[in-house]
Design a protein around this ligand. Structure first.
Ligand SMILES: Cc1cc2nc3c(=O)[nH]c(=O)nc-3n(C[C@H](O)[C@H](O)[C@H](O)COP(=O)(O)OP(=O)(O)OC[C@H]3O[C@@H](n4cnc5c(N)ncnc54)[C@H](O)[C@@H]3O)c2cc1C
Length: 464
């Protein structure tokens, strides 16, 4: 890495500049550094980790963003191993709660105990969904055999066409809110199928045991990112939103407010909607412009309520609840220890929740936990929440809520390089798109592609 000054700005020269210090950006940097390349990672926030962030409730560190990994998420697990972070099983012993249409029931397993007719309906709809999922091209969903037809309607319209019963629809609404940060009516069926395929199928996406919610990191997922950034050292620049990327045939210049970085290549890991904040010169081609305009992010909020002990465990409850009433729609037990403090994590519907004052948000969550878990839930020792839609920089998550028609129209622009600008980030993944594992894989993949390009350019240079 070399440094000089241009007017008021420091000018740095590196092989590759990486935009974003989430799992994709940090993984790209790790791989390029291991190949002997010089890198600069520029992050707009004043922290690394992107959609992964640690909070603290009753003295216990909790994941405000990304939380769980499956046993099949080998890329993020490998990274976490390298930096000394370890997993613990998601607590899932005991019965789950279902609060639907004003009725509270308990059940065990993934599928709620509803009427036999509703159970049959859920199995029918899930099987129809699984059939469609199996037709999706994992690397190019927009080229799947019935892509146009599947992208023409929303997931909600498909549920209507299937005459899904209310319990099935309620379960699918929970899935949609957690995965895409929107209701089924707001997301394209093709986009939903692409993400379900990427997540290893319906069962793997929904399950705790043997599924995506199986384990979480004792040190938090954000700690994984922080430790990797610490290893990378001063090549990671925080508080540096990239404003402009200029390229000519020979190289690329990335501009932040304080720095100009000259490089051979750039890897942009910002989610598609956030690419819109960067001015590209030359401008992005039409399809890539369209992608950044219409692939808006979904939104999701999380609350954590701490108690002296996980009292629900003594009552034979797992801490997992699904509800169709109020702003909380699903809860999990994320206690660090069975001796306490007991911590319930609640996913909250941001469309109402984010409009409340902090005090009202707290009161609504606790009132719902009382409905679900009884009077003991009325006396928490601590509370914390986080609204991803209200983040001041790069807001939203967990994933884009892509409307009908926009996957076929713009999907191919997710990964198509723009000259010397390459794209990474979980949205650009095939397998495991939408989770940390996908992010790590895309960072590593783009680093390898650029490593090959750099080597062939230096061979050509040597021959001249
Ligand atoms: C509430 C929530 C729950 C989740 N739960 C899980 C889970 O349990 N398991 C799981 O695997 N995944 C989960 N995810 C998804 C997971 O967080 C993401 O898939 C993953 O972190 C994405 O990593 P990334 O590097 O691709 O993108 P990001 O983490 O978004 O990183 C991109 C970075 O680019 C930066 N950036 C954007 N624009 C610019 C710019 N102009 N200049 C400089 N920097 C810029 C952003 O600030 C950001 O830090 C969850 C996400 C949320 C929000």
């Amino acid at each position: 890495m070399s440094r000089s000054r241009e007017g008021d700005k420091a000018v740095t020269s590196v092989d590759v500049v990486i935009v974003g210090a989430g799992f994709a950006g940090l993984s790209a940097a790790e791989r390029l550094v291991s190949m002997g390349k010089s890198v600069r990672v520029v992050e707009g926030r004043d922290r690394v980790g992107g959609r992964s962030l640690t909070g603290e409730v009753a003295g216990v560190k909790v994941d405000l963003g990304a939380t769980w990994v499956s046993r099949r998420h080998t890329a993020i697990r490998g990274l976490a191993d390298r930096v000394g972070c370890t997993t613990t099983d998601q607590f899932a012993q005991g019965r789950n709660i279902l609060w639907m249409a004003g009725k509270r029931r308990t059940y065990s397993g993934t599928i709620p105990k509803v009427s036999p007719l509703a159970l049959v309906d859920m199995a029918r709809v899930q099987s129809a969904l699984a059939k469609l999922v199996s037709t999706i091209d994992i690397d190019a969903a927009w080229e799947s055999p019935r892509a146009n037809e599947l992208d023409a309607i929303s997931f909600g319209q498909w549920l209507d066409q299937k005459h899904a019963m209310s319990a099935t629809r309620a379960l699918m609404t929970v899935v949609s809110k957690v995965q895409w940060g929107c209701t089924p009516g707001d997301v394209s069926l093709l986009h939903a199928l692409r993400y379900i395929r990427a997540a290893g199928g319906v069962d793997h996406m929904l399950d705790v045991e043997g599924g995506q919610q199986q384990e979480r990191y004792l040190q938090t997922t954000h700690e994984v990112a922080k430790r990797l950034a610490d290893r990378l050292g001063d090549c990671v620049a925080l508080g540096s939103p990239v404003r402009r990327i200029v390229q000519d045939g020979a190289g690329i210049t990335v501009h932040t407010d304080a720095q100009t970085i000259a490089a051979s290549y750039a890897i942009v890991t910002a989610a598609p909607a956030h690419r819109a904040d960067i001015a590209f010169e030359p401008a992005l081609p039409e399809t890539a412009e369209g992608l950044v305009r219409v692939w808006r992010m979904g939104v999701l909020s999380k609350a954590f309520v701490a108690y002296d002990t996980p009292f629900w465990r003594a009552a034979g409850l797992s801490g997992e609840a699904v509800t169709d009433t109020g702003t909380v729609f699903i809860t999990f037990d994320v206690s660090a220890d069975s001796a306490g403090p007991g911590i319930l994590m609640a996913f909250c519907d941001p469309r109402v929740f984010d409009g409340f004052s902090p005090d009202l948000r707290r009161r609504h969550v606790i009132a719902q936990l009382v409905d679900l878990y009884g009077e003991q839930a009325a006396s928490p020792i601590d509370y914390l929440d986080h609204c991803w839609g209200s983040e001041p920089f790069a807001p939203g998550g967990p994933n884009p809520a892509v409307a009908p028609k926009a996957t076929v129209a713009y999907g191919k622009a997710l990964t198509e390089p723009h000259g010397r600008v390459h794209w990474a980030g979980t949205e650009t993944a095939g397998e495991w798109a939408g989770c940390m594992n996908g992010a790590v894989l895309t960072g590593q993949r783009s680093a390898e592609r650029i490593g090959v390009l750099l080597s062939s350019e230096s061979r050509q240079e040597a021959l001249r």
